[in-house]
Design a protein around this ligand. Structure first.
Ligand code: M6R
Length: 615
């Protein structure tokens, strides 16, 4: 939520252009307002407004910086405190107009700090919590501290989860960067330019060398160099320089109209890369699960639906129940009953979802749980709080709607499941081999859909244009697919969708069905198929428009359907178990084409942000 960017250089480079392009690459984190600031000739220059970056750029020429600018701080906002207005846009300044600050996250104690600062004569312009930081630094500077020391003291006073970048007109040779809970990465072109950003793609075209800041750490960025401090221990610290493996193409649209479409097309490659995760990484996870008496799996949103699918696959071979619980409910529901020494599988593409981070920290600290993380981001907060971490190989995902990260999460959980089957010998070797072969085929099945069925899926959307309500129904493992497919349509096409159990839908939701009400049935030929046929008939009898997702050879449900989406895979139990991976791209594409057809931007769904770092 919110993207921040900073840059300081000694090179003759086009800072304005770099800054604009960098915040564009962070726009997925929030897009209700934006702003940039620089310092030249002892003066602060700020351009900011409410709206999307392109709209503001048209009005203000965001990339046009005064001559001689050697630094920039910039922001793209997802409003928390105060509506999206020009005044509430970042950067924010102090009373003397010397400090400019960009912030991601929330200062929990900002009201108390603001009251105190007002009583000391500070004048506030915005409704944001962020502005407090600028005035707090100013206050410490009024007491005689320099910018660096004042920033350190100010940040120690702030409670909450945040990341900031700040500059000061009297100290134009450095930027201050602080992290507590919200992500922040420092990129470095040694001797030339230093960058900071909420996410790597912001500076990926310029450098692959980076440092990941941990909580309660501060960095001082100078042209081409950086030093780190611990806020708590009052000392300088050293950090390991990391090399980013992602290619810049992965962070660009590469000829596609939207990141979402590009990322759906990247699924086969992402799955193939994830299949290559070294066996020893998988084994560590599998062994802990085999040896744990109690296992939980937790996540939010799409990652939670991946967890539901993964839990189903793992329990097949583990023979133990896994409790799936949304991370926002984890502590409140388990406070009085969670056993000590349980294993907790925590799933998150960003590794920064605040509710998940809080859940795992609580489980680790209070219940001595072993945390097993599955995330797409190396060095994310989740990896730091976990005992073991597997990084999915989806590559950067910019579209707000999770697509390739979902299928690689399910795949990772499926690989772990088969490892467990091997350790426990819960199925004969020949069976295990057949499951392995089916899993290895998942990228090809997805690729086949992408190469052959795009036109057909686009056409289906035209039949659904007037519908504003949908059911996505399924049984067994496919309930996860129904929920995830439904979430995609809900979030990017702004339709009301209920992703539900087909069996349970009789206990209430069916009362909504009238002639033409669209119901999408996820119907692989597994042990639930026969009963699902009955459910399809119940909805058809009430005039529902039946759309089914089935395998190529399907006869019965496709016959009952008005529209059929066929996935070219064998009707076999080995393949059925992995349909959460092979069926989902069709539903992602359906949602994508629907959003485009009704004139919405699938990459920027209203009110959403890619990484949810507020409660
Ligand atoms: O980064 P995470 O996987 O922890 O994010 C969890 C959810 O916020 C995320 O999946 C959200 O539901 C997306 N909008 C789904 O497309």
């Amino acid at each position: 939520m919110c993207g921040i960017f900073g840059l300081i250089t000694n090179q003759e480079i086009d800072i304005g252009k770099i800054t604009l392009e960098s915040i564009k690459r962070l726009e997925y984190r929030g897009y209700d307002s934006c702003g940039v600031a620089t310092i030249t000739d002892g003066k602060l220059f700020i351009k900011k407004d409410a709206g999307k970056i392109d709209e503001i750029h048209k009005k203000l020429k965001l990339d046009s910086f005064p001559n001689g600018s050697k630094l920039a701080v910039a922001h793209t906002r997802w409003a928390t405190h105060g509506p999206p207005t020009k005044i509430n846009s970042h950067p924010h300044v102090d009373c003397s107009n010397k400090i400019a600050i960009c912030h991601n996250g929330i200062i929990d104690n900002f009201i108390e700090l603001k009251e105190d600062l007002i009583s000391k004569g500070h004048e506030f312009k915005s409704e944001t919590d962020t502005e407090v930081i600028a005035h707090l630094i100013e206050e410490f500077m009024n007491m005689g501290l320099d910018f660096k020391e004042a920033s350190k003291e100010a940040m120690k006073k702030c409670v909450g989860g945040f990341a900031i970048v700040a500059c000061h007109v009297d100290y134009p040779n450095y930027l201050i960067v602080v992290r507590k809970e919200s992500p922040l990465i420092v990129g470095i072109e040694e001797g030339k330019t230093a960058y900071c950003a909420s996410d790597i793609p912001a500076f990926l075209p310029y450098t692959r060398k980076c440092y990941v800041l941990n909580d309660n750490e501060m960095a001082v960025l100078r042209a081409g160099e950086v030093e780190f401090y611990s806020l708590q221990e009052e000392k300088k610290i050293s950090k390991e320089l990391q090399e980013i493996e992602w290619s810049i193409d992965a962070a660009e649209k590469g000829g596609y109209d939207h990141f979402m479409l590009k990322e759906i097309h990247e699924e086969p490659l992402a799955l193939r890369k994830t299949l290559k995760i070294p066996k020893d990484e998988i084994q560590k996870f599998a062994k802990i699960l085999v040896n744990s008496e109690k296992i939980y799996i937790t996540a939010a949103g799409t990652s939670f639906y991946a967890s539901l699918a993964g839990k189903f696959i793992i329990t097949r071979f583990l023979g133990k129940y896994i409790e799936a619980i949304e991370c926002s409910e984890f502590q409140i529901q388990l406070e009085d009953c969670m056993e000590n020494n349980a294993a907790v599988i925590a799933v998150s593409q960003s590794g920064e979802t605040i509710d998940l981070i809080e859940a795992v920290r609580w489980a680790k600290e209070k219940k001595n749980a072993k945390i097993l993380a599955i995330t797409n981001i190396v060095g994310s907060s989740l990896t730091r709080y976990s005992d073991e971490a597997i990084v999915t190989r989806a590559g950067p995902e910019i579209g707000v709607a999770a697509t390739k990260t979902y299928s690689t999460q399910v795949l990772t959980l499926a690989i772990i499941a088969l490892e467990i089957a091997e350790i426990l010998k819960s199925i004969p070797d020949e069976e295990l081999e057949k499951y392995r072969k089916a899993l290895a085929k998942t990228p090809d099945i997805v690729e086949h859909l992408l190469n052959n069925d795009i036109k057909k899926l686009k056409k289906i959307v035209r039949n659904l244009e007037k519908s504003h309500n949908f059911f996505f129904l399924a049984r067994g493992i496919s309930i996860a697919t129904a929920k995830e497919g439904g979430l995609k349509l809900k979030e990017i096409a702004c339709r009301f969708v209920e992703g539900y159990s087909a069996a349970h839908a009789k206990h209430g939701p069916i009362s909504l069905v009238r002639k033409g009400f669209p119901i999408i049935f996820i119907a692989p030929p597994d042990e639930t198929y026969e009963r699902l046929v009955g459910n399809v008939m119940e909805f058809k009898a009430r005039g529902g428009l039946i759309i089914s997702v089935v395998v190529e050879s399907d006869k019965i449900i496709s016959e009952l359907s008005d529209i059929t989406i066929r996935i070219d895979q064998p009707a076999s139990k080995y393949f059925n178990l992995f349909t959460p991976i092979t069926f989902i791209p069709a539903l992602q594409l359906l949602a994508y084409f629907y959003a485009v057809y009704v004139g919405l931007n699938p990459d920027q769904p209203q009110n959403l942000a890619k990484t949810v770092t507020v409660h």
